[in-house]
Each structure stands twice: as structure tokens, then as C-alpha cells.
Design a protein around this ligand. Structure first.
Ligand SMILES: [Ca+2]
Ligand SMILES: [Ca+2]
Ligand SMILES: [Ca+2]
Ligand SMILES: [Ca+2]
Length: 717
């Protein structure tokens, strides 16, 4: 079936409609009888999905297909029905494919009055109120159906997926499935955003039914992966064909502890990784806790130069997870595989002599490496919780210069490529059409104005070029607002310039509004009220009390970036539960209003900005990192993912994503192509592959997108 998502939606809609009236199993069966009749005319009919859940369905189908009702003895309702008198009436009703069911219905009618049974028994138009009744629940009475020529016992007479009433509303032909004769049935036209009454909706001499998007999901193919299953670790891991893979044999493991590890690497891209299943310690209760607890072990493989901890999220199989990203410098030259092995034995409760099966660690040598560590906590009632580490390592210079290396690192650690050993896989395909306009994002910079920050702003201004280049390469309709943390400013963007889009204004606001703190007052004394200011500022700039010139756009994703070298002023006098309580208040506010990023001193020490960032799903980065460009990039990409209009229906194994735009294959690239955003299960486009939005004033439709991918079916929870 071509239109997977339409089918599901329509089935649900129908199920809800039935439920309103159903009070007994008899009635439920009858409803299905009616729908099966409809379905017999319509291979694509979404009601099939509904009926397939009904234990009585096979009998009902037999009833339909068997004119002498020989199979009715299988049906408890029908077995009581020796009187087929209504069938003779039905013979008067030409073209009614439901007649074979009416013998069943007449019996039900004798059970007593209720709306549904009466309706079904009156489908032959014999009853007193027949004209007023809507036998098939399509919103048209029998009399109205008669006047338009539709079947009063079939809510979709022409079987095209649009109900008889919807056909009238759309102005389409009630009795013709493909009203405009372009090869695409009416409901499919609406699904793909075409005009069911115009054979060439895009006015480009191509029939709607001949457009590529209509057939784009007919034979969906995802990018290939190999699946490796570990019964010890209860996992399946999906790796592109280029990867080597080896599960290790661990001499210290017991059958009970589910201790397991596998290593893998892509030699051409020099990306190495591992999976480790282990028992969490008593203090490792959350994924972020685990990340904090292993930081020192990451640093044993090399000095940490850059460090960011992402907020917690749910994996596709509903485990909590978090990702830490590091730039490390090793003491001497090492291969990526060596660093991988050091990180394995640093984190695992076993060491190299305890394992067999570890491949050799030869390769090119480097000093600096990117390390991604994802931690998922698997709640296991029977065996106790497990912590599943997925670690990826690549030479920093490869990571920085090759998109493919970045994607490999993401794919190995975004938790989409791991499932449980008993799960299965399925290929999915979805189509999208670009809507009107581009997704909006407002970036709200809340910056510590104290003198100690000046060096950091110099560095930030250094990366502004890159920042604006990358923003301009996204599909975002973006704006920037800059405020200092001074209490009197209270988080309000000033006008002029208000929210802006150009680099000079951005730099100018950092210089004048933050560093020089023009307009900062004396009452709050230049203190760094970052959280309170941001809360007040956002509240005001979202309200009608603020002038339009500084108003946050209602449809924009709001991204808040805190930069500070000390904890928020409002939290400084507090400790213990009063500290936690105020942090909690802030978390509640920010979670409902923004995604926050914290660029702070001593990332990992759990101060207010950091708590808020992690709570909102943003991330935390170290202010003292030698290079904050990666952090800035991360903020832009997070915003891009959040604002994306292309949200997938299931979590893809991200390396299997295959994307087409207007029949053109789209590479995975953050410069010219697409990328996947695990936090929102969405894809977004960059550079020349950004879809053209729709422009109704020009009569232009948006570009068409087709996305296919493989996904894990969670069958072992
Ligand atoms: Ca009707
Ligand atoms: Ca129809
Ligand atoms: Ca058509
Ligand atoms: Ca059409």
C-alpha cells in the first residue's frame, strides 16, 4: 500500500467515530461488516487497518464474499438468524454489495432498539424514519445520499478514501474515485497536497498521478546496514557495511551480569567505537550522573580540551540517555583504535588481559581526538538496571574536515542504531512537501557583562564569521537578540536595534550593550542576574506589554544562550534545598519557553545555567575551552533540528536515511545536503538542497521530499 501514513490516520479517525456509538460487541461486529463491504471495493481503504484488529473479521469477510451465507454459522450472531426475509427486500436494492450482511443485521435489530442496529436494518429504506437516518455514518442522511446518487450503506461509495460527505465538501465526484482523471485517486490527491479537481495541479504539464512523489515510496530502499546481535549484552547494533565488528569474550563476565562489549571501526574514515553493557553503580542513577562520573576516565585517555554534556532524552525504545562530547589531546601519538581501547578499559570493569577477540590497534597516529560517549540506562525489572555505553572516537583533524566522520560519530552514539536482541527491523518511507516560509528561530544571547568575560567575548567575536556563515546556510529564518545580565536591563532586548540578523549589529551589541554595559543601572549594581533576567525578559518580550520591535515571534523556536563565569546572582546566596527549589522554579519556566545552552566556567559542576540547559534539552559547554567554535556550531544545529518541519514518523537508524528532493538524491551534508536530528527525530536541509517553500501568491507549491529509512521495531520490551 502506497500511502502508509494516510491509512493509519484515517483508520484512527474511523475508530473514534465508531466508538462514540458502540455499546456492545454485536454492534462492533456490525460496524465492521459494513466496513468490510466498503473495503472489498477498495484495496487502499484505510479501514482495513482497523478491521484487521477484530477477531471476528475473518468471518465477516467470508460473509461478504459468500452470497449464500454458508459461513455464517461461524458467526454467533448469524447462527440465530434463520429468517432471511430481509434478503428478498435487499434484492430490490440494486448495486448493494452489503446485502449478504443484512441477514445478520435483521437479527440484530430484533435484539431491541438502538441507533446503530436500527440504522443497519433500515438500510433497505423500509423503516418509518429511513430518509432521515444516516445508515453509514458519513454525515449524509439516506435521503441526501439518494439525491446525490451515493450508496447510503457505504460511507465511501467510490472507494477512493474520501467519504461521501467529504467528496461534497471537496467538490469531487462521489461516484468516481479519480475525479479529475489524472491517475491519482481523490484522497491521495489531498494526501500529496494536490488538487483533486485539477489533473495538473502544479500547472507544469505533468499529470499529478505521474509526479515522482506519488510513487516515491512504492519500493522504499534505505541505506544498507549490517546488524550484529549480542545475546550477552541483549543488543542489536546496526553498522554500515564499511565497518569491522568483533564482540569480545570477557573472562570475568558471569552469565548473570550481562557484561558484554563489542568493538568496531570504519577503517577508511578512521572512526572507531564500542558498545559496553555494564551494571551501574549506586550513584549512577541518571545518564547525566553516569557521564559526570566517567569524565575522569575520559581524561585518562588524554587531556580534555573541550567538553560538552547534552541534556537527557528518551531513546527510540524509551530508555533515558545522554551524550557527552569531548576533544582530548593524548600524551603521545596514538591511533584511533588505541584511544578506543583505552576508553573501553578505562570505563569497563575489566582490563585488556581479561578479554579475547580484541582486534589489533594499528593505524595512522594522531595527537587530538574527538570522543563521543552516549549513555543509556536500561530499566530491567528482572535483572536490575543496565547501563549501555556507546563510544565513538575519531582523529580531530578528520572530524573537522570530513562530514562523513561527523556523521559516523553521531550515528554510533545517537542511540538510534542500538536495540534489544529480540527486536526486528522495518523499512519506512514518508513524503513531505515544503510549506510556506522557512522555520523561525530567535537566538537570545544572555551574556555576563563582567570584566572577567572580555577575553571570552573576543573569542566569540572571532567565531562570529563562522557563526553567521553557518546560520546563512541553514533554512532558518533567524534573528538574534543580545542582552547583558545586569538587573536593571531585566533581560530586555533594546531598540534600536531590537532583534537583528546581521553580524555588525551583533558584534556592536556585544561591545556596547554587554561589554560597555550602556544603560546598565545602579540599583542592581552590575551583578550577573542571568537566570532572573532571562525569565523576566522572555516573559515581557512574549507579552503584549512589550513593543512589537522587541517582541519574540510567536512561531519561532526560542534558543537562549547563557555565557557566564560564575553562578547566577539569584542563586549565589542559596544552598541545599532552597538552591534546588529556585533551580526547579527556573527549570519549569525555561522548559516551557526555550531551549537553553550554557557556556560556563567549570562545565560539569552543576550550577544554575547548566541545570537549566540540561533540563531544557540544550547542552553545556566549557567557557575556558580553547575553541568554542564547535559549541557555537552545536547551538546552530540544535536550533535547526528543533525548528525543522520534517519530522519523521519513527526513529530511523540514522545511517540508513535516504533522502530525495524533487527526485534528486540528497547527500548527507551540513553544507549542501541534509542531516538528521535525534532529539526531535527530524531532518533538516542545508545549502543548495534547502527545499523551496510554497508561495501561494505565485501559485507555487513547495518542493517535494521523500525519506526512507530502516527502523527498529521494539518487540521485546
Ligand atoms: Ca449516509
Ligand atoms: Ca469517496
Ligand atoms: Ca485525481
Ligand atoms: Ca489532480
Amino acid at each position: 500500500m502506497r500511502i502508509k501514513y494516510f491509512a493509519v490516520v484515517a483508520a484512527l479517525a474511523f475508530a473514534v467515530g465508531c466508538g462514540d456509538d458502540d455499546t456492545s460487541n454485536n454492534k462492533a461486529n456490525n460496524v465492521n461488516n459494513v466496513n468490510n463491504a466498503n473495503n472489498s471495493n477498495n484495496a487502499n481503504n484505510s479501514n482495513n487497518a482497523n478491521n484487521s484488529n477484530n477477531a471476528n473479521n475473518s468471518n465477516n469477510e467470508n460473509n461478504l464474499n459468500n452470497s449464500n451465507n454458508a459461513n455464517n454459522s461461524n458467526n454467533a450472531n448469524n447462527s440465530n438468524n434463520g429468517n432471511n426475509s430481509n434478503n428478498s427486500n435487499n434484492s430490490n436494492n440494486s448495486n448493494n454489495s452489503n446485502n449478504s450482511n443484512n441477514s445478520n443485521n435483521s437479527n440484530n435489530a430484533t435484539n431491541g432498539f438502538d441507533g446503530l442496529q436500527l440504522c443497519l436494518s433500515e438500510c433497505d429504506h423500509q423503516g418509518e424514519y429511513a430518509a432521515l437516518i444516516d445508515c453509514d455514518y458519513d454525515g449524509l442522511s439516506n435521503a441526501e445520499e439518494a439525491s446525490v446518487g451515493s450508496d447510503s450503506c457505504d460511507n465511501d461509495t467510490d472507494g477512493d478514501g474520501l467519504s461521501d460527505l467529504d467528496e461534497l465538501n471537496q467538490g469531487t465526484e462521489v461516484l468516481i474515485a479519480d475525479s479529475d482523471g489524472d491517475g491519482l485517486e481523490d484522497a491521495d490527491e489531498l494526501y500529496f497536497g494536490f488538487d483533486p479537481n485539477n489533473p495538473d495541479s502544479l500547472n507544469d504539464q505533468i499529470l499529478d498521478g505521474d509526479r515522482w512523489v506519488v510513487n516515491a515510496c512504492n519500493n522504499p530502499a534505505a541505506e544498507p546496514v549490517n546488524i550484529f546481535t549480542s545475546s550477552k549484552g541483549d543488543w542489536k547494533v546496526a553498522l554500515p557495511p564499511a565497518f569491522n565488528h568483533a564482540e569480545l569474550s570477557i573472562s570475568t563476565a558471569t552469565p548473570m551480569d550481562k557484561l558484554a562489549a563489542a568493538v568496531y571501526d570504519d577503517p577508511a574514515n578512521e572512526v572507531a567505537g564500542y558498545l559496553l553493557s555494564d551494571t551501574p553503580t549506586a550513584s549512577q542513577t541518571s545518564p547525566v550522573d553516569v557521564l559526570r562520573s566517567i569524565r575522569s576516565r575520559v581524561s585518562s585517555a588524554g587531556t580534555i580540551l573541550q567538553d560538552s554534556t547534552g541534556g537527557e532524552f528518551d531513546t527510540h525504545d524509551f530508555n533515558r540517555a545522554a551524550i557527552g562530547r569531548y576533544l582530548i589531546r593524548s600524551a603521545g601519538l596514538k591511533t584511533g583504535r588505541q584511544v578506543r581501547d583505552e576508553l573501553l578499559f578505562g570505563i569497563a570493569p575489566f582490563s585488556a588481559p581479561d578479554v579475547t577477540g580484541l582486534p589489533n590497534s594499528a593505524g595512522n597516529s594522531y595527537n587530538e581526538f574527538r570522543v563521543f560517549v552516549s549513555v543509556a540506562i536500561r530499566v530491567d525489572q528482572q535483572n536490575g538496571n543496565r547501563v549501555l555505553y556507546a563510544v565513538a572516537v575519531a582523529p580531530a583533524e578528520k572530524f573537522e574536515t570530513r562530514d562523513k566522520v561527523k556523521f559516523r560519530m553521531d550515528d554510533l552514539t545517537n542511540t538510534t542504531n542500538v536495540s534489544q536482541a529480540g527486536d526486528s527491523e522495518l523499512v519506512q518511507c514518508q513524503t513531505f512537501r515544503a510549506g510556506e516560509g522557512n522555520p523561525e528561530a530567535d537566538f537570545y544571547w544572555v551574556l555576563d557583562q563582567s570584566g572577567s568575560m572580555n577575553a571570552d567575548f573576543v573569542r566569540m567575536k572571532d567565531v562570529a564569521n563562522q557563526f553567521f556563515f553557518e546560520l546563512g546556510n541553514t533554512a532558518l529564518d533567524y534573528r538574534l537578540g543580545v542582552v547583558p545580565m545586569d538587573g536593571d536591563i531585566d533581560g530586555r532586548v533594546r531598540f534600536p536595534p531590537g532583534w537583528h540578523t546581521d553580524q555588525n549589529t551583533f558584534i556592536g551589541e556585544i561591545d556596547d550593550f554587554v561589554i560597555a554595559c550602556s544603560g546598565c543601572g545602579s540599583t542592581s549594581g552590575y551583578a550577573e542576574w542571568g537566570l532572573r533576567s532571562a525569565q523576566n525578559g522572555i516573559t515581557w518580550m512574549r507579552s503584549s506589554a512589550s513593543p512589537q520591535t522587541v517582541r519574540i515571534r510567536p512561531d519561532a523556536q526560542l534558543i537562549t544562550i547563557f555565557m557566564s563565569d560564575e553562578d547566577a546572582e539569584s542563586l549565589q546566596p542559596l544552598s541545599g534545598s532552597s538552591y534546588d527549589s529556585l533551580v526547579n522554579t527556573y527549570n519549569n519556566f525555561f522548559v516551557n519557553n526555550t531551549i537553553a545552552f550554557a557556556i560556563v566556567e567549570d562545565a560539569g559542576s552543576g550550577e544554575g545555567y547548566e541545570e537549566v540547559a540540561l533540563a531544557t534539552g540544550g547542552s553545556v559547554a566549557d567557557l575556558d575551552a580553547a575553541d568554542i567554535s564547535e559549541t557555537i556550531e552545536e547551538i546552530i544545529f540544535a536550533a535547526t533540528g528543533l525548528a525543522s518541519n520534517y519530522q519523521l514518523g519513527a526513529t530511523p537508524i540514522s545511517s540508513t536515511l535516504r533522502v530525495f528532493k524533487n527526485n534528486e538524491w540528497v547527500p548527507r551534508s551540513r553544507e549542501n545536503g541534509f542531516d538528521y536530528f535525534a532529539t526531535t527525530d527530524s531532518i533538516a536541509f542545508f545549502g543548495t538542497f534547502r527545499p523551496e517553500p510554497a508561495d501561494p501568491t505565485m501559485g507555487r507549491y513547495g518542493d517535494d521530499i521523500a525519506v526512507s529509512y530502516e527502523t527498529f521495531l521494539d518487540t521485546t520490551k
